[in-house]
Ligand binder design. Sequence first.
Ligand SMILES: [Zn+2]
Length: 251
Amino acid sequence: MLTKDMAICIRAVDYSETSQIVTFFARDTGKLGAIAKGSKRPKSTFDGPIEILSHGQILFAGSNKDKLATLTEFQQRPTGLNLQKNLFALYCCYFAAELVDGLTDDYDPHPELFEGFIQLLQNANEQPGTRDDRRRMLSLLLLFQLSLLNDVGLKPILSHCANCRKRYETGGTRHEYYFSSSANGLICRDCEMSFADKIRLDKDVSDHLANLKQIPASTEEILVEIEKVMVRHLTVLLGRPPRMAKHITAS
Ligand SMILES: [Zn+2]
């Protein structure tokens, strides 16, 4: 039986001289691995080798958790991402692909997350080419990461202390917050002693995490600091440091 779906390629490895094994994140199917026979031949039915972030309609046979599907058709829409001009945006999208691959399960669909990913690719593509691009892309990546965690049931607790549930306070002398992966969120100063893995947050960072609406208008410096907290947390969730992280948080 053939299945039709819309999908984004999130991983591609060579299988032989002429074929690839590709991982797709598909809207109605979720993540799936497929063999693309002959994809590296000059006249392949897939318009040449399949690249990460390429997306479009796929047709595949054999949707089964235990074995690879066989890709029979892939109508690629050009990503249009300009490597030279927009390397940072490209890295952000690669990072998103790596996280979707690492944090979603095979054949577990997340249609809203799929749409969010498509939106991220489009936004990356439509960078106005100003000095503000990097900051804007970073804010989009952060919001995508948070929606990903939300969608896979790992939503961090950010509006109150993850331990005692006391509401986040923006001001006051007792303003001191931490992030702990083992608590899955913000920790107040009364509770921080119980969490060995906590890190202390700058006020700007905790304010933004507690009020995510501030992220799109934030400065690049603050966004980089928030992303560092996220990378640390994602390292725990993935069980290894995300490969793309160094390209994002390095200044
Ligand atoms: Zn607390």
